[in-house]
Design a protein around this ligand. Structure first.
Ligand SMILES: Cc1cc2nc3c(=O)[nH]c(=O)nc-3n(C[C@H](O)[C@H](O)[C@H](O)COP(=O)(O)OP(=O)(O)OC[C@H]3O[C@@H](n4cnc5c(N)ncnc54)[C@H](O)[C@@H]3O)c2cc1C
Length: 404
């Protein structure tokens, strides 16, 4: 295994347990550095439900579907409960499965322990610098140190997000050198940046919002908490739609518009109430939204907050409705790899076998996790992807070793 993050650790556990001689090479001085930080230390280990259209890929949608069929969320939850002895618990409100305070670091240690107990050798502080196919044996070169030979290699070196944790895109170069197509990578689940001062000065405000944009010519929407930051927007609503902005930005094109509905719960009813409201426009909005945001939205619509709501003429009501339900956020870009929680793009899914993640170009080479061209929204979906791809690749690599 090249890379001892979430997917590499899972691959090492299942491969060693299947009886294959397993070596895990990790760049950092300990495995699972990023894993130990997930979910603010509480590790959102799995999503609340089985997948049904959450993931984004720029590769084949059919390949993605087939890969996702490999291990259900239910079976994965059972693995963590029964095999790892850690109870994933639904979070109140979202239902997403968390391990609780300190659970992320504990899981990183537990998986490394499970791999070692099953006989895997874990070498830390080792950078995989090259991998070369040589018939039945792969030659693995390390930065300056001794090389290794193996009958199969799992590339689990992660993506480009949070590069200081060790995953800074090195694996993509290794895959490209072996002739694989690496689809353009872009920061995903990343805070968005405002271009202008519109809706500025509201940092710290959190609201429930519905955002709309487009990706690859298709409409995309996200609903959830939106956090106003000093220079833009964060929180699940913004992060889950951020790829609409970051892919075009990474390609040097103008990002599409992102629009917000500030009253997602009862948009239509709210506008009807506005016409019959007995108080001021400002009072009406403050009942539904934080005061500072209400003032900013009224000023965006060019209206007077002290005006009686029922006295707004048709034109004024239309201007207020537009700002409340279809508000342009004037997004100019994203906060980049240092703040992105995952990576969009990566090794083309068509170039791997769906059930094993084995390269279709090089037998004995496997890809897992963020190396592959797919990611999911906030909510445990990216670790689920790491677990299921790591498990499939680890089992297949072990079977190949046994059959060699
Ligand atoms: C702050 C933060 C919080 C997150 N929280 C969640 C969450 O709660 N739930 C969720 O589902 N997802 C979460 N994610 C996303 C999730 O952590 C990743 O998608 C997942 O860890 C990817 O797994 P991976 O195995 O592909 O890569 P990684 O876990 O990044 O592991 C890759 C490993 O490879 C090593 N490596 C890289 N290059 C080399 C090399 N050349 N030689 C040797 N080793 C190398 C790296 O050091 C690293 O340890 C979070 C991400 C971040 C940044």
């Amino acid at each position: 295994m090249a890379g001892g993050g979430a997917s590499g650790l899972m691959a090492a556990v299942v491969s060693a347990r299947a009886g294959a001689r397993t070596l895990l090479l990790e760049l950092n001085d300990r495995p699972g550095v990023k894993l130990a930080l997930t979910g603010g230390g509480r590790c959102n280990v799995l999503p609340r439900s089985e997948p049904s259209g959450e993931y984004v890929t720029t590769s084949s949608a059919n390949s993605l579907k087939r890969i996702l069929a490999g291990w259900s969320v239910r079976e994965a939850a059972r693995f963590f409960r029964v095999e790892a002895g850690m109870e994933p618990t639904p979070e109140q409100g979202t239902g997403n499965l968390f391990l609780g305070s300190g659970g992320a670091a504990m899981l990183a240690r537990r998986l490394a322990g499970m791999a070692a107990e099953a006989g895997a050798e874990i070498l830390t502080g080792v950078r995989v610098a090259s991998i070369e196919p040589g018939g039945a044996v792969w030659r693995i070169g390390t930065g300056g140190g001794a090389g290794f030979e193996a009958c199969s290699v799992v590339l689990a070196t992660g993506g480009r997000s949070w590069p200081w944790t060790g995953s800074s895109g090195r694996g993509y170069a290794l895959a490209e050198r072996l002739g694989h197509t690496v689809r353009r990578t872009f920061p995903a689940l990343v805070p968005l940046l405002r271009r202008s001062g519109v809706l500025g000065g509201l940092d710290g405000i959190v609201v429930d919002a519905a955002l709309r944009s487009s990706f690859g010519g298709r409409k995309v929407s996200s609903r959830g908490s939106l956090l106003f930051t000093k220079d833009g927007f964060s929180g699940p609503a913004a992060m889950n739609i951020s790829h609409c902005v970051s892919l075009p930005s990474a390609s040097g094109s103008e990002p599409p518009e992102v629009r917000a509905c500030w009253l997602p719960e009862a948009a239509g009813a709210a506008m009807a109430e506005l016409s019959s409201h007995g108080g001021t426009l400002g009072g009406f909005l403050r009942a539904a939204l934080p005061a500072r945001l209400s003032s900013a939205l009224i000023s965006m619509a060019g209206l007077d907050p002290g005006k009686p709501a029922c006295a707004l003429d048709r034109e004024a009501r239309a201007a207020m409705q537009k700002v409340l339900l279809d508000c342009p956020l004037d997004i100019g870009g994203d906060s980049g790899w240092r703040k992105a929680e995952t990576t969009g793009g990566g090794v083309a899914l068509e170039e791997v076998e769906s059930h094993t993640l084995e390269s279709r170009l090089h037998p004995g080479l496997y890809f897992t996790g963020e190396m592959l061209d797919a990611f999911g929204p906030v909510g445990g979906w990216n670790l689920y992807w790491a677990w299921l791809t790591g498990r499939a690749a680890g089992l297949a690599a072990a079977a190949r070793r046994r059959n060699a």
